[in-house]
Design a protein around this ligand. Structure first.
Ligand SMILES: [Ca+2]
Ligand SMILES: [Ca+2]
Length: 82
């Protein structure tokens, strides 16, 4: 939503406040459900349901089948993940 719209009308301003409040959730990490210290494809899909196997393979830079914190940060740094 364009910021200019946020300033105009009260109902929109309220919607904008909600949208902005939700933004930190986008930067959340996936849940490490099996507690192995990394995120496998299923765990990654809890946060990014559309993540494909090819994209996962790129993000999993060392190919060990799970994405660790470093790989997650690297993927975000190059825009592979939000
Ligand atoms: Ca895990
Ligand atoms: Ca890895």
């Amino acid at each position: 939503m364009p910021r200019s719209l946020c300033r105009r009308t009260t109902p929109l301003a309220a919607a904008c406040a909600l949208a902005l409040a939700a933004l930190p959730a986008l930067a959340a990490d996936p849940q490490d459900r099996n507690g192995d210290g990394g995120f496998n494809l299923a765990e990654m899909r809890t946060l990014w349901p559309d993540l494909g196997e090819d994209a996962f393979a790129v993000i999993d830079a060392n190919g060990d089948g799970r994405v660790d914190a470093e790989e997650l940060a690297a993927a975000r740094a190059v825009g592979l993940l939000p």
